[in-house]
Design a binder for this molecule. Structure first.
Ligand code: APR
Length: 222
């Protein structure tokens, strides 16, 4: 059975990382257009770096939770692909190499030469590209208006998926919001596990905290 799992901010919420659209979420506190668009970065790169430096520090301090670890256990026993909208590295630190369709906090991209590099500390305006030396780095995350990554690989996987599971995502951002229907159109069963139903169309919805519902679901599957 081929399982494809899409995760969102909700799976990292209990690791202490804020979600975007819950009450008090990131997009209530930071205007998207100022910190998560190419135009915002062009207008005030220092503000955008400060936003992502803060999130990178928070993510580095966070630990994978039992939901991340349960998915790692499942991925070790079944044909599982994890696609994540998250830019933290908690799946990887739990033992799963996820497809990061929105990029990663821990990668820098050079706007001068195009090189990318792993980046763990603060970036800021003075950080230099390891390849060309220019002080022209940006966070290698996908901003609104930019093309998400791995879309071909994801489409190929959805076409052969038997079970599609969305975990901890509000289903508000495309193309990820359409993955469940794409998988269903190819015959997959679809399941949502989240604190609040997204309102999307799924064969089954399990409402609960990821730290409880995901390990329970994995145990039942194994
Ligand atoms: N356990 C499970 N689900 C949870 C928990 C929890 N402890 N806490 C919150 N959730 C659920 C919420 O009910 C909501 O459905 O996680 C979801 C979080 O939704 P969003 O904040 O919209 O996050 P996400 O769906 O990942 O956003 C998608 O939008 O802004 C962009 O690039 C950003 O990747 C992000 C994308």
């Amino acid at each position: 059975m081929r399982i494809t799992i899409l995760t969102g901010a909700g799976i990292s919420a209990e690791s202490g990382l804020g979600t975007f659209r819950d009450a008090g979420g990131l997009w209530e506190r930071y205007p998207i257009e100022e910190v998560a668009t190419p135009e915002g970065f062009a207008a005030d790169p220092g503000k955008v770096h400060a936003f992502y430096d803060m999130r990178r520090r928070d993510a580095a301090r966070a630990e994978p939770n039992v939901a991340h670890r349960a998915l790692a256990e499942l991925a070790a026993a079944r044909d599982v692909v994890v696609v994540t909208q998250n830019v933290d590295d908690l799946h990887e630190r739990a033992g799963v190499q996820a497809l990061h369709m929105h990029g990663s906090l821990f990668e820098a991209a050079c706007t001068a030469c195009g090189a990318t590099a792993e980046w763990r500390g603060d970036m800021g305006l003075e950080a230099r590209c390891p390849s060309c030396g220019a002080a022209a780095l940006r966070p290698a995350v996908v901003w609104f208006g930019e093309v998400p990554r791995h879309l071909d690989a994801i489409a190929d996987r959805l076409a052969v998926t038997d079970l599609f599971v969305a975990i901890g995502t509000s289903g508000q951002v495309w193309p990820a919001a359409g993955f469940a229907q794409e998988a269903a159109a190819h015959g997959a069963e679809t399941l949502e596990i989240s604190l609040e139903p997204s309102g999307g169309t799924f064969d089954e919805v399990i409402v609960g905290k990821a730290s409880e519902a995901v390990p329970d679901w994995v145990r039942a599957l194994l």
